[in-house]
Design a binder for this molecule. Structure first.
Ligand SMILES: [Zn+2]
Length: 309
C-alpha cells in the first residue's frame, strides 16, 4: 500500500478491454467516495489534481488526504497532476511526491510542445515519476466539423508517433472528439475511432488517455434541475463510446464532470427535502455516497475495471 506510478497499471491495461479511471479530487468527501468505490470494486485507481484544485485546497491538504486514504484502505494509488501548464508546476508536483504529472503543451506549436514535454520527462524520470503529454486540441469540437478543421484540432497519427519518439513520454492524451465540461456536443456525439485506431497502431506500446470523458448522465442533470438547478442542454460522451475506446489503446479515462453532477444533484435534493438541516455532515455524507455510487458505476459499466487490481 503506497503511492505508485501509473507504469504497472498501464502495462496491465494496455492490451486489454479495460481502462484505469482517473478521477479529479479537491476535497475530503470526494476522495473518500472515490477510494471506497475503488476498494470495493478492486479496481486500479488514479486520483488527479488540477492547478485549480491545488489552488482551492492547497497541495499539502490534498497530498495528506490521499496519503490518509492509502493508510485507511491499504490501496495502491497513483497521484497525478492534471494539465500542468509549464515546467515549474510539474517540477513542484514531482518534488511534492506526486507519482505522475501531465505537461499540457497542446496549446504550443508542435516543436515547442516537444521541447517542453522533453524537459519535464527528463526531470520527472530522474525522480521516478511518470509523464503524460497532450497532442491535438480538445475544446469546443462540434460534430459537424469538416475534415480540414478536424485535422487542425484532432491528433494527427504521424505526429503522435514522432512526438512520443522524440519526448520519451509515458502516455499521451489524444483529441478524437471529446471535450471538457458538461456541454460536449451540440448535435450527435461523435468520436473519431478510425483516427484512434491509427494512432494506436503507430504507437502500440504507448498508453493513450481520454480527457473530457464524462457522459453527463441525463438522470443526474434532471435531478439537479428538478431541485432548483439550471443546467439545460448538457450532453457528454455516450458510455458505449468510452468502452469502445478502451479497446484501442486507451488506458486512462478522465472523469470529473459526472462526479460534480452526482454530488451537486444529491446536495440540491437534500436541501429541498430537508430545509431544516444545517449540519454539513447531513448533506456532505450523502454527497460522498453519491460520488461513490457514480465511481462504482463507471468502474463496473464503463471502464470495465472491476477486479483488475
Ligand atoms: Zn483534461
Amino acid at each position: 500500500m503506497s503511492l505508485v506510478t501509473t507504469k504497472k497499471m498501464f502495462e496491465n491495461a494496455l492490451n486489454s478491454d479495460y481502462a484505469v479511471g482517473a478521477f479529479n479530487v479537491n476535497n475530503m468527501e470526494i476522495i473518500q467516495g472515490i477510494v471506497e468505490a475503488a476498494q470495493e470494486e478492486k479496481a486500479p485507481l488514479i486520483l488527479q489534481v488540477s492547478a485549480g484544485a491545488r489552488k482551492y485546497a492547497k497541495p499539502a491538504y490534498l497530498i495528506k488526504l490521499v496519503e490518509a486514504a492509502i493508510l485507511d484502505t491499504g490501496l495502491d494509488i497513483a497521484l497525478h497532476l492534471d494539465h500542468g501548464e509549464d515546467f515549474d508546476i510539474c517540477k513542484k508536483c514531482v518534488d511534492d511526491g506526486f507519482t505522475s504529472v501531465m505537461i499540457d503543451g497542446s496549446k504550443h506549436p508542435f516543436e515547442e510542445n516537444i521541447k517542453l514535454t522533453k524537459e519535464v520527462v527528463e526531470y520527472a524520470h530522474s525522480k521516478g515519476v511518470s509523464v503524460e503529454a497532450e497532442l491535438g486540441k480538445l475544446a469546443g469540437i462540434e460534430d459537424n466539423i469538416n475534415v480540414d478543421a478536424r485535422n487542425a484540432t484532432f491528433t494527427v497519427p504521424e505526429e503522435a508517433a514522432e512526438f512520443v519518439a522524440k519526448t520519451g513520454v509515458d502516455s499521451l492524451a489524444v483529441a478524437i472528439g471529446t471535450s471538457h465540461g458538461a456541454y460536449k456536443f451540440k448535435g450527435e456525439p461523435y468520436l473519431d475511432f478510425e483516427r484512434l485506431k491509427e494512432i494506436h497502431s503507430l504507437i502500440p506500446d504507448t498508453p493513450l488517455v481520454l480527457h473530457g470523458a464524462s457522459t453527463v448522465l441525463p438522470e443526474f442533470v434532471k435531478k439537479c434541475n428538478e431541485f432548483g438547478g439550471d443546467i439545460p442542454g448538457a450532453q457528454g460522451v455516450p458510455e458505449d463510446m468510452i468502452r469502445t475506446a478502451t479497446k484501442y489503446g486507451v488506458c486512462k479515462v478522465n472523469i470529473d464532470t459526472d462526479l460534480r453532477l452526482a454530488m451537486t444533484a444529491e446536495i440540491r435534493k437534500h436541501f429541498v427535502e430537508h430545509p431544516a438541516d444545517f449540519d454539513p455532515r447531513k448533506y456532505l455524507g450523502p454527497a460522498r455516497d453519491a460520488i461513490k455510487g457514480m465511481v462504482q458505476h463507471k468502474i463496473r459499466n464503463v471502464l470495465n475495471a472491476s477486479n483488475k487490481r
